[in-house]
Design a protein around this ligand. Sequence first.
Ligand code: BTN
Length: 273
Amino acid sequence: MIFSHANLPFDFNALRLFPDIVNSYSVHFFESLGSTNDKARMLAAAGCENLTVIIADRQTEGRGRFGRKWHSPPGVNIYMSIVLAKISNPLITLLNYAVALAVARAVRESAGIDVRTKWPNDLYCSGKKFCGILTESVSSGGRILYSVTGIGINVNQAKEELPDNIRENTTGISIERGGGVARGDIIIQVMQYLNYYLRLLETDPKVIRKEWCEISMTVGSRVNAVVADTLIEGEAVSLDEHGALIVRLDTGESITLTGREPVSPRLKKFTEY
Ligand code: BTN
């Protein structure tokens, strides 16, 4: 664990209390970083250990999917990235689901709120997003060299401190439970469940898909997306073995969505309703 006890925020205390869990990773803590994903990618490129974890108290260049900004103020939220240096190609498409399940269970158990998964990479509570996951991989000759999965969780940020453009559709753990939570308590649980779900990903990946679907707000709902310049509509049914979303179209035909479909200027994004 690479941080001094002096600079660790007081609500990270649990990291000192559970050395067995913390020491199953190689944890680096920073007061401020551009992006924990960028730092993790740098360390991974330099050959850092498998299961290196980067945590920052704030990010100045936090990133989301499609190059969106991830609001990352100090002292309130969790910004962490994990390096997987040994992930095999077929499992990479299920990695986000394994991480989402680990965070969902960690948050449910440490904060007592109801958490749902939203395809492809988000966690929601009361119909609003509070956590985003961003996996970036580097391959060579068709083989994955390493992947970095970043997790952003809104923990103790007040509603009025959320940026205007996302306030309506965004929430946080303290907003939902009506009281703050120590970030360290959640991080410890995330690390513990990550151990469990990353192992399950190797040994029995279909359970990952099953559990993700069980707590999903996407499966069973109406969805639309643009595929090959055509707007398609139907019902999300489940995930296929590669992690693509199976959608039963109104025509009766089934198609799969990978989450990398081009963003439509008209639709702006994959939507569900
Ligand atoms: C999304 O919902 O678009 C994904 C958001 C991912 C945000 C996290 S915060 C920690 C890590 N570092 C980043 O720059 N991004 C991810």
